[in-house]
Design a protein around this ligand. Sequence first.
Ligand code: ADP
Length: 251
Amino acid sequence: MKLDGRIAIITGAGSGMGRAMAQEFVANGATVVAVDVRTDPVAETVKLLDDGRSVAQTADVSSKADVERVVTETVERFGRVDILCNNAGVLDDYTPAHETTDELWNRVIGVNINGPFLFSRAALTPMLEQGKGVIINTASISSFVAGGGGAAYTSSKHAVLGLTKQLAFDYGKRGVRVNAICPGAIHTGMTGHLMTTEGRNPHVDAAIAATPAGRWGKPEEIAHMALFLASDDADFIHGAAFTVDGGWLLP
Ligand code: ADP
């Protein structure tokens, strides 16, 4: 199996893409430390995994203390960290800058970019000792263009790509590969409200209709890319950003 014996930390594993990644990784031989700020959903993920090895961790990715605790406990329990998926994220409900409160800005930046930085920094210690590791950041089509989010979301996702590139540049020769997945519109807990009558966003509806795929993506479609990037099949891939977006970025 592609990830036999690997230890993977996945953030935002309580639902959506993170849960799908956890399932894909365990199905391919990995043991997962499933991290989420919501306790019950992440416990449910581990229950679904049902592999007798994977564990749930309640942690806020924007908290340095939480992040360092998760990495320390992972190393204590499993002896290593082979894969880190920085996947936890929050939307900003397409809030334009003049309506973005300090609270909203700090929350979105805290989760979407401080989280990947804090977790990468902490996980690099065991990865550099091992001389091998893989970091996969969930970026977005909003890492390239405007309109997929508001000011805070788009800024945070551009930053995720910058972090991805710099980490890849700095650590590739020491055995750590770092890449990003850039999902388009994926139907998850985070975006579910956009499909309800109240939450419908005309911009998103029109954008999805205009894609070659013409539909929302599924979390498993992101997990397939994560499996590939986590595996040795991707050994020559460093600092890349893969769009999995049904063709949203084409026009
Ligand atoms: P998506 O799969 O599109 O990212 P979801 O909302 O389904 O959207 O999943 C995002 C996950 O990230 C949720 O389970 C959510 O609880 C989690 N999350 C949000 N903020 C944090 C945080 N600060 N720390 C850890 N996990 C978080």
